[in-house]
Write a new protein. Sequence first.
Length: 169
Amino acid sequence: MTPVFANSLINADPGLFIWTAVVFLGFILVLGRYAWKPLLASLQQREQNIRESLDAAEKAMIRAEQIGKANEEALREVEQLAQRLRREAVEEAEKIRADRIDKAKQEADELIEKAKQTIEQEKKRAMTELRNEVADLAIKSASMILDNELDADKNKKLVDLYIANLSKN
């Protein structure tokens, strides 16, 4: 038994070949006239949509990069502003501290000066009182000497008594 199909593959039938070629060409013509153009148009439309999507994505990517750069720049500016404000606050605090120190020194100097003036006044008053007391004692001593017309021994005793009175006062 020989297979039926094995014979037909090896033997070439010219009629079948011509009819196959005619049907194939007819199919290609019908396909080219009615189906090929819509398929190409659909593929071109799809290609166009893909291009537009890629362009839009690229534009979005560029825009995102620009926004990212703008955000980074804004962040740098904010950081610089914060550092400047912090520096200004520290400088202001230092200035206030220095002003307070200067004011305290000035007040201390004024108090010291007032104390010196008070001490000087008290010293002058004490000296005046001392002079007045010494003058009074000298006058009393002189009057005692004149009243008693004393001899040298009595004068010596009177001077010793005067000196002893001075050390008690």
